[in-house]
Design a binder for this molecule. Structure first.
Ligand code: HEC
Length: 263
């Protein structure tokens, strides 16, 4: 038995074992001893390295005929020699059990928390605190639709949009601004029928005024980059940019009458 361990097969097993321990635990625990931050390596990388080590070992043991014979000898003996019956039986039991365990491990249900369900359009509050005063949202429509010239509001809204919203929501209002790639969730595409087209203007007002930070719990957890515009824009500026968005995207805002009829 001892001779087997000192032979090429025994050495190979030892090398594989040491390599595994070093990769699985060494990388995670040794550098921190010297003050270097490191973490465990991913399983897929571990597998790659182990395959590399195994190939290295195979190259070594197949280097010449004698070495190869020596490498194979213990395996061959375990398979056929009457003396080694016990080893054989042990292998016949152990190998399937190990494979079974590995399979079980890979299909066993994980106890990690389920992915959280987030609501993209959480229910809006009935009233909000806008720039220090309370503002009713329920039933409110865009006040700019009934005063002044629509053309002027549109131009004002366009200015506000291009000065503030463009970098994220993009030129075509399709959520593809220069910075859009950097955000997850990405900026909403107002072309999409799933955004402003199905919302009332007061809902949109709330979202623009309060942004990502103003999302209620059911809208979280998600790291929305949408700024809270009440800190930068006046009420009229927000209403005008909303007007511009609907006009530009070619959508009609959802109206309160429709909502009432549904109930
Ligand atoms: C820094 C990037 C950024 C800027 C600038 C930005 N937004 Fe957003 N916006 C987002 C992101 C990201 C989302 C999607 C996540 C969310 O709903 O909060 C979003 C969502 C929205 C929504 C919600 C759409 C829906 O379907 O609920 C509206 C409305 C909106 N933005 C309007 C605006 C307006 C108007 C401006 C300019 C005054 C603006 N945004 C500027 C990043 C931005």
């Amino acid at each position: 038995m001892r001779k087997h361990f000192s032979g090429p097969l025994g050495k190979s097993v030892v090398i594989l074992g040491v390599a595994y321990l070093l990769l699985e635990f060494g990388i995670a625990y040794i550098p921190p001893l010297f003050g270097v931050d490191s973490g465990p390596i991913p399983d897929s990388v571990l597998l790659q390295y182990m395959v590399t080590v195994a190939i290295g070992i195979l190259l070594w043991v197949s280097f010449n005929e004698t070495l190869w014979e020596e490498f194979k000898a213990p395996l061959h003996a375990a398979m056929v020699e009457p003396r080694q019956r016990r080893t054989r039986v042990a292998l016949i039991v152990l190998v399937p059990v190990l494979v079974g365990l590995m399979t079980f491990n890979s299909v066993r249900p994980s106890i990690a928390a389920p992915p959280s369900l987030r609501s993209i359009h959480p229910a809006p509050p009935g009233q909000i605190d806008f720039q220090g005063r309370s503002m009713e949202l329920a039933g409110v429509e865009n006040p700019l639709r009934s005063v002044g010239s629509p053309e002027e509001h549109y131009l004002e809204g366009r200015r506000v949009y291009y000065q503030n919203c463009l970098p994220c929501h993009g030129d075509g209002l399709a959520g593809r601004g220069h910075y859009a790639q950097g955000f997850n969730p990405g900026p909403a595409s107002f072309q999409d029928v799933g955004t402003i087209a199905q919302l009332t203007e007061s809902y949109v007002f709330w979202r623009v005024a309060k942004g990502g930070p103003g999302l209620p719990n059911e809208g979280a957890p998600w790291n929305s980059a949408m700024p809270a515009w009440e800190d930068f824009l006046t009420e009229d500026e927000i209403w005008s940019v909303i007007l511009f968005m609907y006009e530009q995207a070619g959508h009609e805002p959802r109206t309160w009458e429709e909502e009432g009829e549904e109930h």
